[in-house]
Design a protein around this ligand. Structure first.
Ligand code: ZN
Length: 170
């Protein structure tokens, strides 16, 4: 297992749309382990493969208080959304921001586990918010995209001050 480097906004690689997982092999299991290790080390509650520069559709989540309820979803799909909820979000890839975003309150999720077995469940509250946030990452979307242009340009200035750049060598 290894802790991996997290990409930071406004890095363009966070905009790459991840491709579906086809091979459920040991490489995938290792990636999932690395993602959990990275997420826990950074005290996050969710991480998408995109954030560690792996552009395949995998997310890991743990919204429990004691960080002991691991959930990974391969090829996650949100097949139904119900209700609206205002959520206060942050992101390991955008450490300089916390803001309010509107999300669905309840979702139906489908996907697979690391062995390729189908899974489906419904989620609400923080778990639902977190899954929506992580699936957005797989589509190259960040929570700051939901904010106003003014807020985003302030963020970019902040990022520039921190030395974070928009375009980077692959
Ligand atoms: Zn995030």
């Amino acid at each position: 297992m290894a802790k991996r480097k997290i990409l930071h906004y406004p890095d363009n690689r966070l905009r790459i749309v991840a491709t579906p997982v086809i091979n459920f092999n040991t490489e995938l299991s290792t990636l999932i382990k690395d993602m959990f290790e990275t997420m826990y080390a950074e005290r996050g509650i969710g991480l998408a493969a995109t954030q560690i520069n792996e552009h395949i559709r995998v997310i890991v989540v743990d919204v429990s208080e004691n960080a002991d309820e691991k959930l990974h979803i391969v090829n996650p799909e949100i097949v139904e959304k119900k209700g609206r909820i205002e959520s206060r979000e942050g992101c390991l890839s955008v450490p300089q921001a916390i803001d309010f975003v509107e999300r669905a309150e309840e979702i139906e999720v489908r996907g697979q586990d690391c062995n390729g077995r189908n899974i489906s469940f419904s989620a609400n509250g923080l778990l639902a918010i977190c899954i929506q946030h992580e699936v957005d990452h797989l589509d190259g979307k960040l929570f700051v995209d939901y904010l106003s242009g003014l807020k985003r340009s302030r963020l970019k200035k902040k990022a520039a001050k921190l030395g974070l750049k928009e375009s980077v060598a692959p």
